[in-house]
Every structure is written in C-alpha cells, then in structure tokens.
Design a protein. Structure first.
Length: 62
C-alpha cells in the first residue's frame, strides 16, 4: 500500500507528487506480485478457452 506525498522543490517552485511506501519490507510486495501473475495466467487461460471455443464453433458449422 502506498501513500502519495506532496513535496515542494525549493529551487524551481514546482509541486512534485511522489509515492512513499508505507511498509518497505519485501514481504508485502511478494503476495501482490503473485496475485498479479495469477491474474495474468487466469486471463490467458480464459483467452485460450475463448479461442478454442470459437474454432470449435467455426469447424462444426462448416
């Protein structure tokens, strides 16, 4: 989880928005990476299933 912090640069007076991590340990990053990989794999499997179903419909109709 990240919190957005606002930092004012003193030299050119621009506002910079930076993300500061709340917990810097790697244990919090590992489950989110695994969840991302899991979601990508599930979407890939669903895409393959849709393509196979379309191929089956096209071949059975011909």
């Amino acid at each position: 989880m990240q919190i957005a912090t606002v930092v004012v640069a003193s030299d050119n007076r621009k506002w910079e928005i930076m993300a500061a991590p709340v917990a810097s340990s790697r244990s919090t990053d590992t489950p989110t990476a695994r969840l991302h990989v899991w979601r990508v794999l599930v979407m890939l499997a669903a895409l393959i299933a849709v393509v196979c179903a379309l191929v089956l419909v096209v071949t059975s109709a011909a």
